[in-house]
Design a binder for this molecule. Structure first.
Ligand code: WTA
Length: 654
């Protein structure tokens, strides 16, 4: 059909899990996956109830699902305290003295927290929050570095039924104000500062700045991390260590309804103010737990490391709630991947014997750019499974990850999901799914994913369309906090009763899902609609290229011209000859239609603080020569300025 997204990138490298890996996996053959998947979408209530039963419930549910689109209620009538599944049940058994968190600070300080200790710390901090007057459903803003106390603060909120709203420590005081106002938070947990690339991030100062503009805060509890002088406001601010010393390390947990709100997490859309994505308790925890169990196939002897920050959904689901519900040992790291150099992660994997490693394509591309000498210095043989999340992973980045980090032996789970979905939705299962570089492969159990054209028909193989989920699932967001109308309009208005993800995708002949990019970013060249991911992946496949972003610029003749921004590998020089070579390369890999009309070499691309390329800004820049749109989520403001200058210069000369 005319409006479909075309696809030109063919990938035929297929990697099957090793027999020795499959033999030990929970799901060890495609036949087993297919049977269970069919069962799980034909009878989702049966599947999810079976999984949910593995968590700690105080009172069994009466009904698995109440569904009237877009409103889902899971496990209604059931009562639980989320922290009993994540902490108490382990502390009460043989995992009592097992490491829950192995922490390494950026300066090199270390700490191991066992499940028994975690229980005591969570209880203590729950008691502190109660003493501060925090009540169930009150919103508590958590603005912390990547230290165990961030997880402890989140779990303490969950324990007393308060709703945490974590704000990434890299965000400014203005972002804090926006989130305080939108959530109506009454309490804040923060630290004096955190370490990032050898410098102190002044968290408490940022909070103080924000609180000049927001009056609703009754208490601020401050963890001492970096030790510099900070202002403490009498009657409002107090130190974590003073407060926890006053309270007992026991706290009797109350049970809450399965649909009790657990957290709000703000996600920035491409336009407009951030959306407060609301998640609730029983269903969310079921999604987090079940995906850890099958996708990472977590075992008691695994050492798991997810490099995300707790300020993102990946940190919520795959650092705090999922892995802890599984009772696994995990590594947590405070700082930057390149501090003191790009060897930090590999050194930590070697030292702690990490067996499961979960990171983002943006990090992988940065490692490729830095050079192979860093991983080559370390013994990475403890790894058995790798994961990727956050963006489409370019096939060449996938191959590098597979060869250089996974030593060719580790399956890669390329996991597609969103803040809104709460847990992984499309993913390989490591013991059975044949993987191809660049595809997140097949839907997880209980997930009815499809690709539809504008009229709502399912697309044919390799025809691009909109990615939708046709049935409810337990960890789905319940609403945008305080804005039901926006929730309905954003996610539930394209097709009746179905969730639209906002991503463009296609399925290949084997049924694998390929995400081609955000629908807002799709290019339209002479009537051909092209996803950004394919053109970018074609560029990254060239030996000189580390990373790329492709956008459309208005063009009288073609509708849109293709403009590519390219970051080269260390030591490669950006010459006119290379520009031509890259243009021809894209022509060869994809076709003449996708050949970039302009190529700009850029030392860095504009990204969100979670590492996603901000094509919206590049689009504005190439169309108007300037950026006026919302840039509050941009990681580094100088990047845009430098790009503007280089575009001006190159358009003058060429
Ligand atoms: C993108 C992150 C391709 C996608 C968990 C999605 C991906 C958005 C993948 C959600 C993947 C995430 N392959 N694209 N494996 N994972 N995305 O809310 O566009 O930060 O809609 O959640 O990231 O980003 P969010």
């Amino acid at each position: 059909m005319s409006n479909s997204i075309e696809s030109h990138l063919a990938e035929d490298r297929v990697f099957k899990p090793a027999k020795s890996f499959s033999a030990k996996a929970r799901i060890s053959s495609m036949a087993q996956y297919k049977k269970l998947w069919k069962e799980s979408v034909d009878k989702p209530k049966k599947f999810w109830a079976r999984e949910a039963k593995e968590l700690a419930w105080r009172k069994p549910w009466k009904k698995v699902l109440d569904w009237k689109a877009p409103d889902a209620k899971w496990f209604t009538g059931g009562k639980l305290n989320v922290t009993e599944s994540c902490v108490d049940r382990h502390a009460a058994g043989p995992r009592r003295n097992k490491a829950a968190i192995i922490f390494e600070g950026e300066p090199g300080d270390r700490q191991v927290i066992t499940y028994g200790q975690l229980q005591r710390e969570v209880c203590r901090f729950a008691n502190v929050l109660v003493a501060k007057g925090v009540k169930p459903k009150d919103r508590v803003l958590v603005y912390m570095p990547m230290i165990p106390e961030a997880a402890i603060a989140m779990l303490a909120c969950a324990r007393i039924g308060a709703v945490h709203s974590v704000v990434f420590g890299g965000f400014s005081s203005e972002s804090i104000v926006d989130r305080l106002e939108d959530s109506g938070a009454t309490h804040i947990v923060t630290a004096d500062g955190g370490w990032r690339r050898g410098k102190i991030v002044p968290l408490k100062d940022n909070v103080d700045e924000a609180l000049k503009k927001y009056q609703g805060i009754r208490s601020v509890v401050v963890f001492k991390r970096t030790g510099q002088e900070v202002a403490m406001t009498d009657g409002r601010d107090s130190w974590w260590h003073d407060e926890t010393a006053k309270v007992p390390a026991k706290h009797e947990a109350k049970a809450f309804d399965s649909e009790h709100p657990l957290f709000i997490l703000y996600t920035s859309g491409s336009t407009g103010k951030p959306k407060g994505i609301l998640h609730t308790s029983g269903g969310y925890l079921t999604g987090a737990y079940t995906t850890c169990k099958y996708v990472f196939d977590m075992r008691d002897d695994d050492v798991y490391w997810c490099t995300a920050d707790v300020g993102w959904i990946t940190g919520h689901t795959y650092i705090v709630y999922g892995p802890l519900a599984m009772g696994v040992t995990q590594v947590m790291y405070e700082g930057a991947p390149n501090h003191p150099d790009f060897g930090r992660f590999w050194q930590m994997i070697e030292e702690y014997g990490v067996s499961i490693f979960y990171t983002a394509p943006t990090a992988i591309r940065a490692f490729i750019k830095a050079g192979d000498q860093f991983p080559e210095k370390h013994d990475l043989s403890s790894l058995r499974l790798l994961g990727s999340v956050g963006e489409p992973i370019n096939p060449e980045a996938w191959m590098w990850y597979h060869d250089k980090i996974g030593g060719g032996r580790c399956p890669i789970v390329d996991t597609w999901w969103q803040t809104e979905t709460g847990a992984i939705m499309i993913t390989p299962l490591p013991g059975c799914t044949p993987t191809k570089p660049g595809t997140a492969t097949l839907p997880f159990f209980g997930i009815d994913a499809a690709i539809l054209d504008e009229e709502g028909h399912e697309c044919k193989p390799n025809e691009g369309g909109r990615l939708v989920i046709r049935k409810p699932w337990p960890s789905m967001t319940r609403t945008i906090y305080g804005d039901k109308a926006r929730f309905k309009k954003t996610y539930w208005s394209d097709y009746k009763g179905m969730y639209t993800a906002g991503d463009g995708a296609r399925r290949d002949k084997q049924g694998n899902f390929w995400i081609v990019g955000r629908l807002d970013d799709v290019l339209n060249v002479s009537g051909h609609r092209l996803g950004t991911a394919e053109v970018e992946s074609a560029l990254v496949a060239h030996a000189a290229v580390a990373e790329s972003a492709v956008v459309g610029r208005p063009d009288d003749l073609k509708g849109q011209a293709v403009v590519a921004f390219v970051t080269l590998k260390e030591g490669v020089e950006g010459t006119p000859a290379l520009q031509k070579e890259l243009r021809d390369h894209v022509g060869k890999v994809i076709g003449a239609i996708a050949k970039p009309d302009e190529i700009h070499f850029a030392p860095a691309l504009p990204k969100t603080r979670s590492g996603k390329i901000m094509r919206r800004l590049l689009k504005e820049l190439v169309a108007t020569g300037n950026v006026t749109g919302n840039t509050t989520t941009l990681e580094d403001f100088t990047v845009i300025d430098n790009l503007r200058k280089s575009i001006e210069a190159s358009r003058k000369t060429g």
